[in-house]
Design a protein around this ligand. Structure first.
Ligand code: PEP
Ligand code: MG
Length: 317
């Protein structure tokens, strides 16, 4: 099997009937790029920048962040590099940023919510991202969005950063794309409206599952309830893709589900444009795409989404 997977490394992910999808990798630091290139990823669908913040005892400076983002952009040689702004809080702590102890950290002060309050910290990251955008194809991705107010506020702050850089005569990609993660029911339900104001979506199934089902993703006592195949989660994925396509933007998925090759045909059939996963999963997912027919996959997805339970869906995959 290994040999067979190796052979498809440099092939594009195209179905038998010529429908192309993109297979991207998730990374946590520039060090992960070796595996990314070795497995034939066509881009980075999720760079989790919080590790840069967590592996330090102080806030990383603009220069430190710039160096990391630039390295990834350059090594990917113009392929898309989707960089997520800091997603701290929830289960991830920072010693130097005094986050409050909360009753429900996953429903609390985290990710974009922190960035919009700690505006200087957010601007430092956005400036570093803009500066690095000159060295490749960087896209900015906002996590944990629940409202258009957050999107508009973030874009306003990004514009401030652009203005500053222009004044300082520092070059950046004027056309830099800004997208959001769809990982709350609030964004999934209103996908169409978000799609009018952002350039792309990426579905974060780890959190989308947690928030749709009200099941803590890290709680072992109820881990049997944490199931992305729950029809409600699949419905949330479906309406997200439909909303995006209605407004002509693309949808990727960067949660664990994107790397589950048992789910590949279903996601293909729902119209997902790009799959982003840990690099080592790429060949197995690609194999399914190469062996699938897009028209069949659409019918298959429709059929599965009409089933009542996760159990039924899983037994019909
Ligand atoms: C997700 O929620 O699916 C996701 C990709 O983000 P993280 O796992 O980093 O929360
Ligand atoms: Mg998430």
């Amino acid at each position: 099997e290994k040999e067979e997977l190796k052979k498809i490394k440099d092939k594009e992910a195209i179905t038998i009937d010529n429908h192309k999808v993109n297979l991207w990798a998730n990374i946590g630091s520039p060090k992960d790029l070796t595996g990314v290139l070795a497995n034939g990823a066509e881009g980075i669908g999720l760079y989790r920048t919080e590790f840069l913040f967590m592996n330090s005892d102080k806030l990383p400076t603009e220069e430190e962040q710039f160096a990391a983002y630039k390295e990834v952009a350059e090594k990917m040689q113009g392929k898309p590099v989707t960089i997520r702004t800091m997603d701290i809080g929830g289960d991830k702590e920072l010693s130097y940023l005094k986050l409050p102890k909360e009753m429900n950290p996953f429903l609390g002060y985290r990710a974009l919510r922190v960035c919009l309050k700690e505006k200087d910290m957010f601007k430092t990251q956005l400036r570093a991202l803009l500066r690095a955008s000159k060295y490749g194809q960087i896209k900015i991705m906002l996590p944990m969005v629940i409202s258009l107010d957050e999107v508009r506020e973030s874009k306003k702050i990004l514009e401030e950063c652009k203005k500053e850089l222009r004044k300082e005569n520092i070059e950046f990609d004027e056309e830099i794309k800004v997208g959001i993660m769809v990982e709350t029911p609030a964004t999934a339900f209103r996908a169409r409206y978000f799609a009018k104001e952002v350039d792309f979506f990426s579905i974060g199934t780890n959190d989308l599952t947690q928030y749709t089902l009200a099941v803590d993703r890290g709680n072992e006592i109820i881990s049997d309830l944490y199931d992305t195949y729950n029809p409600a989660v699949l419905e949330a994925i479906k309406v997200t893709i439909e909303g995006a396509h209605a407004e002509g933007i693309t949808v990727s998925m960067c949660g664990e589900f994107a790397g589950d090759n048992k789910a590949t045909k279903l996601l293909l059939g729902l119209g997902l444009d790009a799959f982003s996963m840990s690099a080592t999963s790429i060949p197995r997912v690609k194999k399914v795409i190469l062996e699938s027919n897009y028209d069949d996959a659409k019918q298959y997805a429709n059929k599965l989404l009409e089933m009542d339970t996760a159990k039924e869906i899983i037994s019909n995959l």
